[in-house]
Design a protein around this ligand. Structure first.
Ligand SMILES: *Cc1c(COP(=O)(O)O)cnc(C)c1O
Length: 604
């Protein structure tokens, strides 16, 4: 979803609004408007504005030649015709090379067939509340009317859109509406735009931007989808049809948010690390997901999905786990919410992760070993899917990362997005700016990273950095750097990158951190990487261990080895003193003691 800020006329206010980087801005060339740009409006000022914001010239029943002369000076990206212009007017201006937005005032009896003659000439149709003065009334019209819109030309919604209305719209968006046009509701005195309101509206829409929400079939660009066995199709379809309804239900949100607060311990602190900042430069903040109940971010999603399963009237929960972190989070949520819980785990992992196995058992979960193949995570996943097929009606499968068939990646991202929601608020309180310059997270399947990135995706102020597990080195054959090495393929129900041989066999990944040891990657990260919206890097086992020990020594925080991968990117950055970095500390390192202790012996 994009935002157009319309009705700008004052040069200082224009400059200020544009620094918030709206998608489009509009200038009104209608002398009767209270927001008329006036006769001295300067084309040079407009030409110097950043290219990333598109400019729209707005006219009402204006003389064609006058529009052409204005357009010659200002070179607007779009011309918006807000009066009774005819299809011929649009055709004429389009033939002069202009891109056309045709506006219509909507009232109860709006007849969409009147648009047909405009179709060949218009790039967008804009719908505004019908008023005698051509818009600017601050009134909304009943948007539901647009559900009946029969054409493919994309839409701009206008009329009385402020923060509250934008939020309402985003909660139940209307197909074909691509741009929300905000004007009077974002103003303070003298029709100047209020920058806080502008920023707030942009923050709201950024989370829906940039393909961060998959399309109806679950694709982020070319990645994603839902490749499931026919037997499971009804379950997955049920989830696809229902998840947004439940997630948007205020009652569900209340219950979820209450548990995040009183049970998980949210909001987690955003800790300014003076010591890391002194060491690496910049201003380094740690988002303390390690302080969540059960020691990592995974509980956010486990509670969300188990609540959803109850709403779908499922009786049993199943899940797979590798290192045991997701298994523990799921067993915890099931104990709390009174659900029967079975966890599938590779036989090898059961031996390697004994304490987590016991934790799950203590909370009443049943552990089923996967004894086929390499007897690790991917075999446990296969086993869980088999169990689901055998019992599809009353069983809910909790997936622990931003992977799997649609809608799992989107659902997990939404449950974890509380991380970036909090970062925005906390960073704003601490520094006055809501968006950091850099945001770093480790990348296993991608749930902590997408949660930390969610509200910043598409925000040009923030460079998103995802750190994969390089293992012994990306070219060593013992690595989990999926995006660095991966080829496109299908794994666990979605199209994404995975590490595979030339004939498509999955290569057993390696990482010192069990939680990053996964041969695929969530489809949203494949997309963010392919589109350049996030930068993907990798660090080795050795670098991650060094970063873990360093944080323990510098700040008295022992991070999970997964999270240490994100920290291990800090030495590779050259930070300026003013630059703000947030590292998502996805979990705590107590579970990694056995791996870390031998490294103490190597220290001099
Ligand atoms: C599971 C886990 C990860 C990796 O999973 P993602 O889905 O990529 O977040 C990272 N950190 C911790 C602490 C974990 O438990």
């Amino acid at each position: 979803m994009k935002i157009k800020i319309c009705g700008l006329f004052d040069p200082a206010n224009i400059a200020a609004v544009v620094t918030e980087q709206p998608d489009l801005v509009g200038f009104i060339f209608y002398p009767k408007s209270k927001r008329y740009v006036g006769t001295n409006f300067d084309p040079k000022g407009i030409a110097n504005l950043p290219k990333s914001t598109q400019k729209v010239g707005v006219f009402v029943n204006e003389d064609r030649d006058h529009i052409i002369s204005i357009q010659t000076q200002f070179a607007f990206d779009y011309i918006q015709l807000h009066g009774e212009e005819t299809p011929e007017d649009c055709a004429f201006l389009k033939a002069k090379g202009m891109r056309i937005i045709k506006a219509f005032g909507v009232d109860d009896g709006f007849d969409f067939s009147q648009l047909s003659d405009y179709l060949p000439y218009c790039d967008y149709f804009l719908f505004d509340t019908a008023t005698p003065n051509y818009g600017g009334s601050g009134q909304s019209f009943p948007w539901e009317i647009l559900n009946d819109y029969p054409f493919d030309t994309p839409l701009i919604l206008s009329g009385g859109l402020g923060v509250v209305e934008v939020k309402t719209f985003l909660n139940s968006p209307i197909p074909k509406v691509e741009i929300l046009d905000c004007n009077s509701k974002l103003e303070k005195e003298n029709h100047h735009k209020n920058l806080d309101l502008v920023a707030e509206v942009l923050a709201l829409t950024r989370k829906t931007n940039s393909g961060i929400q998959p399309d109806a079939a679950g694709y982020y660009g070319e990645f994603g989808g839902a490749f499931v066995p026919e037997m499971l199709y009804p379950n997955v379809k049920e989830l696809q049809d229902q998840y947004l309804f439940h997630l948007h239900d205020p009652e569900f949100q209340r219950e979820f948010q209450d548990l995040l607060k009183s049970y998980v311990g949210r909001p987690t602190p955003l800790f300014f690390s003076k010591n890391l900042s002194a060491h690496f430069g910049g201003k380094i903040y740690l988002k303390r997901e390690d302080l969540n109940h059960t020691g990592a971010h995974k509980i956010n999603n486990a509670i969300g999905q188990v609540l959803l399963a109850k709403r779908l009237q499922k009786k049993r929960i199943i899940a797979e786990t590798g290192a045991g972190q997701h298994g523990v989070a799921t067993a915890t949520a099931c104990a709390l919410l009174g659900m029967e819980c079975t966890i599938y785990m590779g036989e090898i992992d059961i031996q390697r992760q004994q304490p987590n196995v016991e934790r799950m058992r203590l909370m009443g979960a049943k552990i089923v070993p996967a004894t086929s193949g390499s007897r690790t995570l991917k075999d446990a996943t296969n086993e869980a899917i088999r169990a689901w097929i055998n019992n599809p009606v009353d069983t809910y499968y909790v997936i622990g990362s931003a992977v799997g068939p649609h809608p799992y990646p989107d659902m997990v991202a939404r449950f974890q997005s509380v991380i970036s929601e909090e970062i925005q608020v906390q960073l704003k309180q601490e520094t006055g700016q809501a968006a950091p310059d850099y945001l770093i997270a480790c990348l296993g399947g991608g749930s902590n990273a997408i949660g930390a990135f969610y509200h910043f995706i598409g925000n040009p102020k923030t460079q998103l950095i995802a750190v994969e597990a390089g293992g012994l080195g990306v070219d060593s054959g013992k690595t989990a750097a999926t995006i660095a090495l991966g080829k496109k393929g299908i794994i666990h129900g979605s199209k994404t990158f995975l590490i595979q041989t030339d004939d498509g066999q999955i290569v057993e990944p390696h990482s010192i951190s069990a939680g990053l040891d996964y041969p695929g990657i969530g489809p949203v990260h494949a997309h963010l990487s392919a589109t350049g919206l996030a930068k993907v890097v990798s660090v080795t086992d050795e670098e991650a261990v060094a970063a873990a020990l360093q944080l323990a020594r510098l700040d008295g925080i022992l991070p999970a080895l997964e999270s240490a991968h994100a920290l291990a990117y800090l030495p590779k950055m050259q930070l300026q003193p003013d630059e703000i970095v947030v590292v998502n500390l996805s979990g705590r390192g107590d579970k990694d003691l056995a791996t870390l202790i031998p490294f103490l012996a190597h220290e001099k």
